[in-house]
Design a protein around this ligand. Structure first.
Ligand code: FES
Length: 145
């Protein structure tokens, strides 16, 4: 069996929504000092709906594929729904990732959440800070670059 699914390879080779939004309403940047991967997510929000999203990453192939899929999953959705996007849902939508690459999908999830938080902050929208509490560093458990 191939290490990576066809969907992972497709999103890695042809990433969706790659780039930058100059008029973004929220920008989330997350990174990991250990593997050096950095992810930046831009969202455009209209009436509570994510109307556009783009991402940039200096990261591994799995980080590219998971971010690409994450952007597809949140585009056109309410921001609250984007907040609920889990790395597990992204991995499932990609038909899986090798175990030692699962942590890469967390980077995409965190970038989406950081972009929504930035949107809330910039627009004075109240939220429960608990929603954005840092998770344990997923890279601690076996980031193999
Ligand atoms: Fe892919 Fe760390 S995010 S190797």
């Amino acid at each position: 069996m191939a290490l990576y699914s066809d969907k992972v390879m497709d999103h890695f080779r042809n990433p969706r929504n790659l780039g930058k939004l100059d008029d973004a309403d929220g920008i989330g940047e997350v990174g990991n000092a250990k593997c050096g991967d950095i992810m930046r997510m831009y969202i455009k929000v209209d009436d509570g709906i994510i109307t556009d999203v783009k991402f940039n990453t200096f990261g591994c192939g799995s980080a590219i594929a998971t971010s690409s899929m994450a952007t597809e999953l949140i585009k056109g959705k309410p921001v609250e729904e984007a907040l609920e996007l889990s790395n597990k849902a992204v991995v499932e939508a990609l038909d899986g990732l090798p175990t030692h690459k699962i942590h890469c999908s967390v980077l995409a999830e965190e970038a989406v959440r950081a972009a929504v938080k930035d949107y809330y902050d910039k627009n004075g929208i109240a939220y429960d800070p608990e929603m954005f509490k840092e998770k344990d560093d997923p890279h601690e458990a076996g980031c193999e670059v």
